[in-house]
Design a protein around this ligand. Sequence first.
Ligand code: MRU
Length: 366
Amino acid sequence: MRTLKWNYDKNLLEMIDQRLLPGEFKIIEFDTYQKVAQAITDMVVRGAPAIGGAAGFGLAAAAFQSAASTPEELHRDLKVAAKVLGQARPTAVNLAWALDRVLNEVFPPLLIGEGPGVRSDAEVRSNAEVMSLCQAILTEAQRIADEDVEINKRMARHGAELIEDGDTIIHHCNTGALATVDWGTALGVIRTAHEQGKNIHVLVDETRPRLQGARLTAWELEQYGIPYDIISDNAAGYFLRTGQVQKVVFGADRVAANGDVANKIGTYMLALAARDNSVPAYSVVPTSTIDLTLPTGEEIPIEEREEAEVLALTLKGLQVSPANASARNPAFDVTPHRLVTGIVTENGVVYPPFDKNLPKAVKSET
Ligand code: MRU
């Protein structure tokens, strides 16, 4: 089952509502790009590659919503939609990557730009052509979704080579099928290693404040039959220090050109504790998550979400914090590249020096 998929009969996007799992499995329909953008902000769908996939289909929804009668009008409408979708969450670069890819594929600069080679209005102005452009948008969005699954499986095969029989692995946040279109990144590696017959055990960081680990990763591991225990985030150091962990794996929302990794809040502390105990820490990412335009992680925008997510914690039905408490809620942190052992991509495992080796991995994409 895919996390998100286009329903061709109804011409709309269907997504699993991840806010309800594991208690309830519900699929919601999205027929406008505004609803898709809101779903990304509200984390109905989350995880960098899944956000990218949703954004691509969001543009398809925008295309079918548009009343444009010329390619130029359609392009204008889609640019408005891309702006709204692009602002839904700031850290995962896959969002902008997917929007740019769809628009550049369907509206190459020659068709919509100025200057020699531009087609005249008479040549392009027809409803039929607008309809075929709408279909092309959907086709490209579908291609992004399908490729994501295939890329995840390739990444997983590279990453699984790093996992040894008998390993205990700490995993942060949710990077599984739910965080992608299907299969997953870091959890995809674990899943593939398990399917290869390796006997592994996963320590699942619960991942405060939204508990993607305790809710979503644990739910996925149950389905795959992979043994696990949920641990509170602050227990990771204990397990690493006492020699009970052989690998640490996580995904990323954006990797800078020097290998700095922005990922779910808490990844930095986990990577620090891993390094202090000489346990390898791997980030598993599709090359679409690598942003070579940013020299270091300092330039990666870090989303700060509402304080209610931190303060919502209750025990025995009572709110844990005082009624007037305030909170800070950065959703991501940046792990400096010196703490990252390797970055697993669909094109192989990249090792330091990342500034030299990441561009090669990104280029061999095609
Ligand atoms: O806030 P979320 O749940 O969208 O954060 C997700 C993560 O941090 C994942 O680790 C990251 O997107 C990589 S998942 C393939």
